[in-house]
Design a binder for this molecule. Structure first.
Ligand code: BDR
Ligand code: CA
Length: 315
């Protein structure tokens, strides 16, 4: 049984790894890729997504460009982590597949409405602007999505402010909409993804695969490691976004706990904080859960297995 997913992303080094993991996994059917501003402008991340598709040999999957800015706030990008292109490090090939003419919001709605209810999982790994706009435009998608598994947020501390994680704080209003919809939602935040470190043994295992896509990941990680060291003092970079994909492939790799969740919209020092009520057992009917940790070895084994499976795509 494969799980059909829409990857909504802002590539982005870790988004690129998420896309490779989704494409290379036997358990996932990647049915659409949509882009959202975030790590860089919408033009840059959309081009990056198409370049990654070429490197990975992804064909026959629609790619659509999405929101260019947050719902309310001004645009903020993560150049300090992802560089001027949004995917600094490797030389990126010219895209070889065309963009779908639809806006990402319409592609998301079309895919969910055209498929049987309960069969499409949404995996957002960027700001939640497209997903919020989609559910406002077509509210019936909330009852048809199998689940939303997003990378974003944190229970304990942030990375873009003391309390808040980047994907949530750059469009907190969108995140609030998505967190309060009726769909089942898993927040794969920093509590889990800060354990997804690309350590030297991980990088050695990726290098040993010795294919175009594995060398691409190695080059991405070289840049990402330096950026994370300089900007945030990490010894090894946390590769956030594929953890959400890994949870879809094998939920037992991620430790999760059911809890009511909300997003802080009015705090002056805490804007964009994701607040999880972990004081007691979640109430009956709670539809949200948080990821609190991962199995590092099994997570990276999924990524290396996916790269092995992708092999050497035709140029
Ligand atoms: C998240 O922010 C982005 O820079 C990464 O791609 C990831 O989705 C981590 O906070
Ligand atoms: Ca991302």
């Amino acid at each position: 049984m494969t799980t059909r997913i829409i990857l909504d992303c802002d590539p982005g080094h870790d988004d690129a790894v998420a896309m490779l993991l989704a494409h290379g996994s036997a358990e996932i059917d990647l049915v659409a890729v949509t882009t959202v501003y975030g790590n860089q402008t919408i033009d840059k991340v959309t081009r990056n997504a198409l370049s990654v598709a070429r490197i990975a040999g992804i064909t026959g999957v629609p790619f659509a460009r999405g929101a260019h800015r947050p719902l309310v706030r001004t645009l903020e990008t993560a150049e300090s982590i992802h560089g001027e292109s949004g995917l600094d490090g490797p030389t990126l090939p010219e895209p070889s597949i065309p963009l779908d003419p639809r806006h990402a919001v319409d592609l998301i709605i079309d895919v969910i409405m055209e498929n049987e209810p309960g069969t499409i999982t949404l995996v957002p790994t960027g700001a939640l602007t497209n997903i919020a706009m989609a559910v406002r435009k077509e509210p019936r998608i909330a009852g048809r999505v199998r689940e939303v598994v997003l990378m974003g947020g944190a229970v304990h501390g942030g990375n873009w402010s003391a309390t808040s994680e980047f994907n949530i704080v750059i469009d907190p209003e969108a995140a609030h909409i998505v967190f309060h919809e009726s769909w089942p939602l898993t927040m794969v935040g920093l509590d889990a993804t800060h354990q997804a470190l690309a350590t030297p043994p991980v990088l050695a295992a990726i290098e040993a695969i010795d294919t175009g896509p594995s060398r691409f990941v190695g080059e991405l990680m070289d840049f990402f490691a330096n950026a994370y060291k300089d900007a945030q003092g990490f010894d090894y970079p946390p590769v956030h976004d594929p953890v959400a994909v890994a949870y879809v492939i094998d939920p037992s790799i991620v430790t999760v706990r059911k809890a009511p969740l909300t997003v802080e919209l009015t705090g002056t020092a805490t804007l964009g904080m994701t607040v999880a009520d972990l004081r007691s057992e979640a109430p009956e009917g709670c539809t949200t859960q948080v990821a609190l940790g991962i199995d590092h070895g099994r997570f990276w084994a999924l990524v290396t297995d996916a790269l092995e499976r992708i092999g050497e795509p035709e140029a």
